[in-house]
Write a protein that binds this ligand. Structure first.
Ligand code: Q9C
Ligand code: ZN
Length: 658
């Protein structure tokens, strides 16, 4: 199951024919540089190339009015003067004799992508298209967009494949108001958008782009707007919104298909967005969506106007769709105050609709609205002076090449367990470092020395991830930690699933960060580096467990930035397959995918499901859509409150209101 790439040079064959400062950034080169970067980085050749097609009239009419379609149909025959005049009735868009053809191809590309993904000819894919789509409306072109490619693809998927729930993630830096209008009252489509807003002073300057537009009637709660009220947002601001809003809600929604309005004007260097997230963030945003909907993910290009940043971001996205290990995001700061304020507002606006947000802090509405005016003034002031140098000459290092170790997944298994396909066995015959072997005195010595070999090969980047069945996971975890911690560069994130004591000597220093999800209070006090999460129903409550994954484990992992993840399945943890697989998949965000999974010898049944995820298969969707246990939600919230002084990415409220 591969990754589709849809691109056709024809979509570069229109451009702005007159002077218009608002539109000059939308150029044919946007597409050529993106595609050429994919070719240059040998990514295009790894994708399944899928031809474009024109969307038909009836497909375009799924979203647009007949009058509008008929009007656009006439543009290929217009004179330059006619085109200029036609353009004038819309905002920030231009027409060209060939744009109607390209707009049909752009929408058709999104439909081709949906077709390949829904028929399982590919797992996921990206469509590189022009014109973009998310601003275009029922009867209007807008913001460089003619037809709403993603909105059309959404209706098409529902109609042709009976898809029940579609998630649209709009990470473009502009609000896709066209998509919002299309699905506002529709609970079968969850639309999420973050966008530069600056208290309604940034284009398209709409009141309805604010966090309190949550959807209408039956669709209330299914429209999520995250307004950015300052420029300069960084990767940690984006991640904190993913961890604390989008992912918990998206998993509760449980989509059958995920579409991305993938604008890269939210990346560093973009003249429109003026944000500071590096291109590597798109690898992570993409990865974090890849275990929803059984991996059915269709990424469709929207904006992106800095050609360097755009091409790098497109490469990061496609390389992630292809399943390569993720880049590490080093030195993440916490979210800034303005981002936290937006986060708090969004969570509060949606707490009545989503049980995962039930315990979010509520806002004192009067208080925040008066403060917002003050903040707007304050923020306007701070921006002056930085304005000029902030974008065009912004420099950032080129993302390092992402390396795939020759072995994706290796295992240390007892002889009677059959090795899953594609997983290399690290047998007794494998060259075990004699020094390591001599250090171990245990019946399990042979197995443990093979585990240490596996870790060494991960350190040397010969192996990406591994799985070991051992007779005692606690002993094995201790050995691995003792092997790694003498080297000061090592940091190990240990995620323990289930009850059992974690030896105190590996939980007290910063060389390891231990998060343990269990249902038994132990006498251990939590500390910065030992975080026990007591869930009433332990690991058997899917929603409570996933709440801890998004609200604690992911943000902690991003801030800690380990170079190895140890995922330990304690005996009798009670965690179900799908939840375990989701966790395993999501943890591959860290340490360039270097995850070692430790399980007890008698848990052979979980070898298959675990290796399939380590090898890059999507985790199955969590169909159990029950509300989480209230007490468990509370536990996670309280823990987060307590730990946010140590871990900035756990914050969900701004200092003054929290
Ligand atoms: N300073 C997309 O990104 N405003 N559309 C331009 C120029 C319009 C953006 C103002 C921006 C439209 C798909
Ligand atoms: Zn945009």
């Amino acid at each position: 199951m591969g990754t589709a790439l849809i691109y056709d040079e024809e979509m570069t064959k229109y451009k702005l024919l007159w002077v218009d400062p608002a539109c000059k950034i939308e150029t044919p080169e946007r597409l050529t540089v993106s595609y050429e970067a994919l070719v240059r980085n040998a990514l295009a050749e790894r994708c399944i190339s899928v031809p474009v097609r024109e969307a038909t009239n009836s497909e375009i009419l799924l979203v647009h009015s007949e009058e509008y379609l008929e009007a656009v149909k006439k543009t290929p025959y217009m004179t330059l003067e006619d085109l200029k005049e036609f353009t004038l009735q819309y905002g920030d868009v231009y027409f060209h004799p060939n744009i109607y053809h390209c707009a049909k191809l752009a929408a058709g590309s999104a439909l081709q992508l949906v077709d390949c993904v829904m028929t399982e000819r590919v797992r996921n894919g990206m469509a590189l298209v022009r014109p973009p789509g998310h601003h275009s409306q029922h009867s209007a072109a807008n913001g460089f967009c003619v037809f709403n490619n993603v909105a059309i693809a959404t209706r098409y998927a529902k109609q042709k494949y009976g898809v029940k729930r579609v998630l649209i993630v709009d990470w473009d830096i502009h609000h896709g108001q066209g998509v919002q209008y299309c699905f506002e009252d529709d609970p079968s489509v969850l639309y999420f958008s973050w966008h530069r807003y600056e208290h309604q002073t940034f284009w398209p300057q709409l009141r309805e782009s604010d966090y309190d537009s949550v959807g209408k009637e039956k669709g209330a709660g299914f429209n999520i707007n995250v307004p950015w009220n300052q420029v300069g947002m960084e990767s940690s601001d984006y991640l904190s919104v993913f961890c604390h809003v989008l992912l918990p809600v998206a998993y509760e929604f449980c989509p059958d298909l995920v579409l991305v309005c993938a604008g890269f004007d939210s990346a560093i260097g973009d003249p429109e967005g003026k944000m500071c997230a590096t291109p590597e963030i798109f690898a992570h945003l993409t990865h974090l969506l890849m275990n929803l909907a059984g991996g059915k993910l269709c990424v469709v290009l929207e904006g992106g106007y800095n050609l360097t940043s755009l091409a790098q971001s497109v490469c990061q996205t496609v390389q992630t769709l292809l399943g390569d290990p993720l880049p590490r995001l080093a030195n993440l700061s916490g979210p800034c105050r303005s981002a936290l304020e937006s986060l708090q507002c969004v969570r509060s606006a949606h707490r009545q609709y989503w049980s995962c947000l039930k315990h979010a802090a509520s806002l004192p509405p009067a208080d925040i609205s008066t403060k917002r005016i003050k903040l707007a003034e304050e923020e306007a002031k701070t921006e002056v002076g930085e304005e000029e140098k902030s974008t065009e000459e912004k420099v950032w290092p080129e993302p390092p090449k992402r390396f795939s170790p020759p072995v994706r997944c290796a295992s240390v298994l007892p002889d009677d367990v059959t090795r899953p396909d594609g997983c290399k066995r690290l047998g007794a015959d494998q060259d075990v470092n004699p020094l390591t072997a001599s250090k171990l005195k245990d019946d399990d010595c042979d197995t443990l020395s093979r585990v240490i070999t596996l870790v060494e090969k991960m350190e040397q980047n010969e192996i990406c991830s591994g799985l070991a069945l051992v007779c005692d996971v606690t002993v094995a975890m201790t050995q691995v930690v003792q092997h790694l911690t003498p080297d000061p560069v090592n940091r190990v994130l240990i995620v323990c699933v289930g009850n059992g004591k974690v030896p105190s000597h590996i939980t007290r220093d910063g060389k390891t960060l231990v998060v343990q999800i269990n249902s038994e209070e132990t006498e251990d006090q939590n500390s910065k580096y030992y975080i026990p999460v007591f869930l009433k129903k332990g690991c058997s409550d899917t929603s409570g467990f996933m709440h801890a994954v998004f609200g604690l484990i992911l943000p902690l992992g991003y801030e800690y930035d380990p170079n190895l993840v140890l995922l330990v399945r304690m005996p009798d943890s009670g965690v179900c397959d799908a939840v375990w697989q989701q966790l395993t998949g999501l943890l591959q965000s860290f340490a360039k995918g270097h995850t070692l999974v430790l399980m007890q010898e008698n848990e052979k049944a979980f070898v298959g499901p675990t290796t399939s995820v380590l090898l890059g298969d999507p985790a199955p969707p969590l169909e159990n859509r029950q509300a989480p246990n209230t007490e468990d939600l509370n536990v996670v919230e309280r823990l987060r409150d307590r730990l946010q002084v140590n871990w900035n990415l756990l914050q969900t409220t701004s200092e003054c209101t929290g």
